[in-house]
Design a binder for this molecule. Structure first.
Ligand code: PLP
Length: 411
């Protein structure tokens, strides 16, 4: 729940675009942070070792990597997702001596120049007014309709010496496209892309910034598919408390950085290490947590199907607790999200035309609050989707702009 300046309460199903998977102000993370401050723990240590960093790394190794039989080195990059994507692309290029990166339609990887080159969205790409080179765009799974396996096209172009596709340093993807409209890649497609990366000598890079940290049900979004990326990017919910933190996971054989080669002042956000360590030990040492998330995700899917039922041609999208409804137009999605906001529910829209109403409730949301939010969404879809009075039914940019102007603070 968050409360605005006039004391009105809202259910927050935006959750920091996936940065608050454990909700606002988790009491154990808050206590750990307060205690760190009270004990005059360091707040900045450049990229040097610190007890907070060590504690996080130990938790990450024992609770995330070892149980999944994953062997990665952890690189702390600058604290934003885009910072970590930049590091991943730079490293893949350094490892392979190649320039080109394959990225996909509707992919979102951040808005600094290197990451933006891999981002599909025209609205963001238009910003810098300079070329965004070094990326070949390929169709994501499902982009050309259900009957077309877009991995065939990539396979063919990688094999054909005259396809014009320069040998890639990396194939970069999200397993569920968060900003791109909750498009879910199939297991078969992901496995084929992983195989194509291997056979073409490219590094497979999974951008798990939004889909990771439990959002799709498992810690990493790729776990159910048996693929092991060469590089993995995490940010958003890795600190657990909404604090800036990002990291790059590197298979050991690809750690070719020289010491300090990819540096940065804010690579060690000590406060984020403190809360991140609590997030891992509190939620990821408890096997019932993922069961609970799976159960809640099923409930969400059922409730979203009800929403889709009342909007003609609407489709439920996504996976785990990363789901929504494609209502077919930005106009409708925006009207629904505004109606929800007016009734005390914050949610965002996503997709190439902002036509997907996106539910990113914290993974820890109680059934009661989840149902309360979904009741509001269903009522909004009923009134708006059937064309009853909608209030201002005009298209005015993403819902995030509305939220930004509303002066909301966590309750
Ligand atoms: C949010 C996001 C990014 C960018 O992260 P920033 O912290 O905004 O730079 C990159 N990739 C994905 C999949 C994201 O959801």
């Amino acid at each position: 729940m968050v409360r605005d300046v006039s004391g009105r309460e809202y259910l927050d199903f935006v959750a920091g675009a996936g940065s608050l998977n454990y909700g606002h102000n988790d009491p154990d993370m808050r206590d750990a942070l307060i205690s760190h401050l009270e004990q005059r723990g360091m707040s900045h240590s450049l990229d040097l070792s610190s007890s907070s960093k060590s504690a996080f790394l130990r938790a990450f190794e024992s609770l995330v990597l070892l149980p999944r039989d994953l062997d990665y080195r952890v690189q702390f990059t600058g604290p934003t997702g885009a910072n970590a994507v930049e590091a991943a692309l730079k490293l893949a290029r350094k490892v392979t001596g190649r320039t080109n990166v394959v990225a996909f339609t509707n992919g979102f990887h951040g808005v600094s120049l290197g990451a933006l080159a891999a981002t599909g969205n025209r609205h963001h790409r238009g910003g810098p007014q300079i070329p965004l080179p070094g990326v070949t765009r390929m169709p994501y799974d499902g982009y050309q309709g259900a009957g077309v396996d877009t991995a065939d096209l990539l396979a063919r172009m990688l094999q054909d010496p005259s396809s014009g596709l320069d040998a890639p340093a990396a194939i970069l993807l999200e397993t569920v496209q968060g900003e791109g409209g909750l498009n879910v890649a199939s297991a078969g497609w992901l496995r084929r892309i992983a195989e194509l990366a291997r056979s073409s000598g490219a590094l497979l890079v999974v951008d798990d910034i939004q889909a990771g940290c439990g959002r799709t049900g498992s810690f990493f979004s790729f776990e159910p598919y048996g693929i092991v990326p060469d590089l993995v990017v995490l940010s958003k919910s890795i600190s657990g408390y909404g604090l800036p933190m990002a990291l790059l996971l590197i298979r050991p054989e690809f750690d070719v950085w020289q010491p300090g080669e990819h540096n940065g002042t804010f690579r060690g956000n000590v406060h984020a290490f403190v809360t991140a360590q609590v997030a891992l030990t509190k939620f990821w040492s408890d096997p019932t947590f993922t069961d609970e998330v799976a159960r809640r995700a099923d409930l969400l899917a059922v409730r979203l199907a009800e929403v889709a039922d009342v909007v003609p041609d609407a489709v439920v999208k996504g996976r785990g607790m990363m789901r929504g409804v494609d209502v077919g137009s930005e106009e409708l999605a925006s009207a629904i999200s505004r109606r929800c906001f007016g009734n005390g529910l914050m949610l965002e829209t996503a997709g190439s035309h902002d036509q997907v109403v996106k539910v990113m409730a914290p993974l820890t949301t109680s059934d009661e609050l989840l149902n309360r939010g979904m009741d509001i969404l269903l009522a909004a879809a009923q009134s708006v989707g059937t064309g009853q009075s909608v209030g201002a039914r005009r298209s005015v940019g993403p819902a995030r702009d509305v939220l930004g102007a509303s002066g909301l603070v966590p309750a």
